[in-house]
Every structure is written in structure tokens, then in C-alpha cells.
Design a protein around this ligand. Structure first.
Ligand SMILES: [Zn+2]
Length: 242
């Protein structure tokens, strides 16, 4: 399936103009840029774009530019093509050093500093969040969250994130406060991953937090959803300093 990369609008996430942030979506007739993340004979991604900022990032989008996501809390600095570490977050202080995560329902959490000198992204599933990936980020970036701006990307809305009793028991074991993000309705239970993420950011004094309201399960034409059909397809969320 063709995939397009769409820039996250500055009206959706107010950030310094040199911070470039894109997310891939399923192709639609409204969208102009067509990309294929498979690699051509020269090793470069197939790409119909040649003159804009996007082109600069595409040569870096080969397999080794990604992190090996494991639903953990490790975060690396300056991801490179030369290694493929287990990590669920990456950030960089360098220009043209894109940080990428792949998701299908999990929450991509982008961030940058107010001066456009730092940019990064976390892969936030519920495991990473309840096990402390936000605290891990705080330790790694060594910068106050007051000086960072965050964007929560598309993920499951609460109506689409049904959970079972064993999930609730597990949360309760880790921290009973997490049960505040489980809501009951008609004998079913639903988990509010967005609100948990916002709460965890708030506990670290983050004040600039923008939230996409888009749900990967509800919006079948735009997003892949593992919960919908156990797909192997993923969305790439990409951020870099230009
Ligand atoms: Zn939904």
C-alpha cells in the first residue's frame, strides 16, 4: 500500500519553525505526496519528492536508522545508521538527524525545546508509560519539561481501548493511581492512554502539551491499527531539526 508523509501542522502543534515533524498515513485522494518506504536498487527510498525538506530526511530512512522498539523505557541520543539498538525513544541535538518511531495504535509522543535545539520522539504503549518512559525521558534530556513542547500523536481513543481484568490487575500492582485511567461502561472496561500520558507529563511540570484527537482504530482510511486486524503495517512518525 502506498503511504504518504504528512507534515504536522503548526496550528496543531505550535513549535519552532526549524522543527520538522511528519507522520505517515495511508494514501488518500486528497494527498499529493506518494512515498514507498521500500528501497530501490541504489538503496535509496523510492520517492516522488525532490525539492523540499522532506527529501533531506528520506535517505536516512533505511532500516538501520530505526530503533528496535521493545515496549521498554530506554532512550537513545543521536540515532545513527550504524547501529540498531533496543530503545523506545530517541532524541537529537544535531541538525538533520531524524528520530523515528513506528506505531499502529501505540502513542507516538514528539517533543522539542523552545529554541529548536533539541527534538525527539517516544514510542509510548501502555507498558512503556506505566513502567516510566516519561521519567526516563526526563533523566535523559537533562532539561526541564517546562522548556519542552510535546505533541501526542494518533493513538487509540478511550472507546476503542477495551481492556480485560488481567490488565486492570496488572496496573493495580504497579500503581493503583493508574486505575483512574480505566473507565467502566456496560460491564466493559476502557483505558484512556492519552490522559495517562498527559498526566505523567504534567507530573514532570510539562505545560506545553498538544494532543491529536485522531484515533487509529476509528479512522480506518488514515491509520493502521493492530487492534483492528493484527496488521504488520506501521506508521512512521519522524521529527528532526532542520
Ligand atoms: Zn477510536
Amino acid at each position: 500500500m502506498n503511504t504518504i508523509l504528512e507534515e504536522i501542522g503548526y496550528e496543531d502543534w505550535n513549535r519552532p519553525s526549524n522543527i520538522k515533524a511528519f507522520i505517515s498515513k495511508k494514501r488518500s485522494h486528497l494527498q499529493q505526496i506518494e512515498l514507498d518506504f521500500s528501497r530501490g536498487p541504489e538503496g535509496l527510498p523510492n520517492c516522488s519528492v525532490s525539492t523540499n525538506e522532506l527529501y533531506k530526511v528520506l535517505p536516512l530512512m533505511d532500516d538501520s536508522a530505526f530503533i528496535r522498539q521493545v515496549h521498554g523505557i530506554d532512550i537513545i541520543q543521536s540515532p545513527s545508521k550504524d547501529f540498531f539498538p533496543e530503545a523506545d525513544g530517541a532524541f537529537s541535538l544535531q541538525k538533520d538527524n531524524p528520530c523515528v518511531v513506528l506505531t499502529a495504535d501505540c502513542l507516538p509522543l514528539m517533543f522539542c525545546d523552545q529554541n529548536g535545539k533539541l527534538a525527539g520522539i517516544l514510542h509510548c504503549g501502555w507498558r512503556g508509560l506505566v513502567n516510566g518512559i516519561i521519567n526516563s525521558l526526563h533523566k535523559h534530556v537533562e532539561i526541564s519539561f517546562k522548556n519542552l513542547s510535546f505533541w501526542l500523536g494518533p493513538t487509540l481513543c478511550i472507546n476503542c481501548f477495551e481492556v480485560k481484568k488481567d490488565f486492570i490487575d496488572h496496573l493495580n500492582l504497579i500503581n493503583e493511581d493508574y486505575l483512574n485511567f480505566v473507565h467502566a461502561s456496560n460491564d466493559k472496561y476502557f483505558f484512556d492512554i492519552r490522559s495517562l500520558c498527559v498526566e505523567l507529563l504534567g507530573m514532570q511540570k510539562a505545560s506545553k502539551v498538544a494532543v491529536s484527537k485522531e484515533c487509529t482504530f476509528c479512522l480506518e482510511d488514515k491509520y493502521h491499527s493492530y487492534r483492528r486486524n493484527k496488521t504488520r503495517a506501521r506508521h512512521a512518525s519522524i521529527i528532526w531539526i532542520s
